[in-house]
Design a protein around this ligand. Structure first.
Ligand code: SF4
Length: 189
């Protein structure tokens, strides 16, 4: 993480260590399906911009994945504009802000995409399987699910942070990019 620049090649590692599960889910969905719908691209693309992935690297990253399924010309026509747009390089030239938890939690989830906050959008059994696959013990899964069942999604996220970082305190999570920065701080990067 030199000079605030994050390379696409480091995202597989970073997503496991320093992404909240909304963004880890998007990363894994993209790697598996080589596609994200508009809502997922906005959620994940703006997050990547926020952690320090440059416009050029974002274009390359999404192009490399999407062109496993579609050709490069289609990618350019259908998807590049949107990435330039997120970085304020096309259209209104506004540089868009990465989504906060509140915004993500309020977004309607689409089942076949990564959009939304998984603590809210995944059903309990799916979420438990996901958390266990991320390495949480069953006792830790229960702790996180305790918050989820009460609708306290951000507290669940803070508990997950605490467990993943072996931290003495739960993090107060309000933004996925804040989660990322706190994680990088804790890990001394
Ligand atoms: Fe992402 Fe926020 Fe949900 Fe955590 S609480 S998974 S950071 S939207």
């Amino acid at each position: 993480n030199k000079e605030g620049i994050v390379s696409p090649e480091s995202l597989d590692q970073l997503s496991k260590k320093s992404f909240p599960i909304c963004m880890r889910g998007c990363h894994e969905y993209l790697r598996t399906n080589h596609h994200l719908k508009h809502g997922g691209r906005m959620q994940y693309g703006l997050f990547l911009k926020g952690i320090g992935v440059t416009l050029e690297d974002s274009l390359r990253f999404f192009r490399e994945e999407f062109t496993k399924k579609i050709d490069a010309e289609q990618f350019t026509k259908r998807y590049e504009y949107n990435i330039y747009h997120n970085y304020g390089k096309k259209g209104s030239m506004i540089s868009y802000t990465p989504y906060s938890c509140l915004k993500i939690i309020q977004e309607n989830a689409v089942q076949d995409d990564c959009r939304g906050c998984p603590y809210k959008t995944n059903d309990a059994s799916m979420l438990k399987v996901k958390l266990a696959s991320y390495g949480l013990s069953s006792a830790h899964v229960q702790e996180v699910m305790g918050y989820v069942s009460k609708g306290h999604y951000q507290l669940a996220c803070g508990k997950y942070f605490q467990i993943m970082h072996d931290s003495p305190v739960e993090l107060g999570v309000h933004h996925p990019n804040q989660y990322f920065e706190e994680s990088q701080n804790v890990m001394g990067n």
